[in-house]
Design a protein around this ligand. Sequence first.
Ligand code: G6P
Length: 644
Amino acid sequence: MCGIIAYLGPRQALEILLHGLQRMEYRGYDSAGIAVLSQLADAAGSGSEGAAAAASAAAPGTAHPVKVVKRAGKVARLAAAVEAAGIEGSLGIGHTRWSTHGPPNDSNSHPHCSAGCEVSVVHNGVLENYGSLKKMLQAKGYTFSSDTDTEVLAHLVFDTRKEHPALAPEEAVRKALTLVTGAFGVVFLFSDQPDLLVGARRGSPLILGVGEGEYLLASDASAIVEHTKHVVYLEEDTLVTVRRGGYSISHITETGADGKPLPHDPEVVELELSLEKIEKGGHPHFMIKEIMEQPEVLANAMRGRILDDGSIHLGGIKPLLPRIAKASRIIICACGTSLHAGMVAEYLIESMCRVPVEVEYASEFRYRTPIIKEDDVVIAISQSGETADTLAAVKLAKEAGALCLGFVNVVGSSIARQTDAGVYLHVGPEIGVASTKAFTGQVVVLSMFALALAAERGTLSKEELASRGLALRDSTKLIAGALANADKAYEMAKSFRFAHSFLYLGRGFNYPVALEGALKLKEISYIHAEGYAAAEMKHGPIALIDAFMPVVIMAPKTDPTYDKIKANMEEVAARDGCLIVVTDEGNDEFDSRAEHVLKVPESPEWIAPLVYSIPLQLLSYYIAAFRKCPIDQPRNLAKSVTVE
Ligand code: G6P
């Protein structure tokens, strides 16, 4: 949700910023902008579209021209606009936006600047008290040119420097940030400081890339991996000062006995990410690449974790298993697709480990004064590891003294760092906004967790554990088998591309799959869809059924409620509903009964969510492709939701 990037080094900043923004576009794509400082020597003769040139007398030191170009729309629009602007300079900041305050237009795009561009800022997050700060600044004579919360930061830092001219610019930022409530990942650029970037984070991610004589700041690693693999994941509530000769990190507010901000010793770590993993690899969209690579990436997620004897080894949580095994309850908090994976986990854990599980929307959990006990285990599930509501649920659980585990894909992300322990999904970067491989990755990791917990609690026999472990490891073959039937989903998608509404029905383990199937379709094709527990259809949705309503029903033969699912199908057929049945290969029961039948390899009941979600992913993808929707960047959505 908004991506920020900054560069300071010997090279031209513009290309690096634009490339970084393109890589982070999945975080937000309704507008984009850059600000580049040209040192006076470089700046001679350059034109100035949208430029705010020399700074006013209020800023100390010599002012260099800062060129700002911002555009509503995608980064490609910004790239076309900057071409004509003759921008040169080796220090700059950039932003790709997902609007929170103010519609997506040129003036609401970031960077935001003080009146003469003495201070420019890019921001990811939401400033909760921006209204009162804005009033205070307006009373002092500052005028605002956007509807955003972010603009207050530019004026506030400018004002702080004006009021306290002896303060170093980074100290002015620190002082200004103490007045702010809410979440931010920010980077400031000063027109009188050609050798300085100041970044800070609270609640939104920010990483520092340490290259050869150059530095980058960004919301995520994909934006900088082509320049350096050495990064510092900035801790919560820290401020980083970057100069050409080095950088220093300190706490924003915490001070030592001497009253000075506490320094923070950064750990430089090596990124595991490779460039190839964040490219489309010949596919038209990231989403289809990510769907198709599931057998391979899920094998990676299980490698070294399921041994040849079927036993499970999850290093991150192994020492805690005795404590987890004693939990009186497991609470799972997540949002969106991750919540659906959590619902699958409820079925997995309760059936295999006999521990009560509650699954909660993190956004509800955090505000409903939940009862959390010290012997509860709270599990946060998140692809990005940055979802604001899930992160808040983690904090709440920790404050209550519960053990908090994170099941996260993005290494080094906030949830990964703030939970007591956890398991990474290891399915590689997911760039398509609609989650696919992260969902199956979550289900795989949660299945391994359930097996490890069942072993610890002795709720499954040794033989059962071993055979389930190996069956899970082999599930990649079943998934590959489901993908091999992609043609059928493609053909079906053609017939349904003009549908107005869909129902998805499933029972037991496939109830969350029905919810997820409906969510996928809504997200990328903009067709209304509802997921329901099949038996609940009678309690309302059945009123919607007519010949124009496609109803997708999951009917695995291994489901103990198979006969009841068939009865649910008859109820749809009796009302002329258009039946689409997903069932096992070799099951011909519906071939003449249903309008369409999608087949997948047969799987044990508890593995079915992994296999049955594949045709639903494909169906959504192909329908959206036929409708010519912007599949990887659906309207109004963002991959990483760092605001409430
Ligand atoms: C956004 C994304 C969804 C995702 C949800 C939770 O809404 O568009 O695809 O499922 O956030 O994200 P998380 O990163 O916490 O899994």
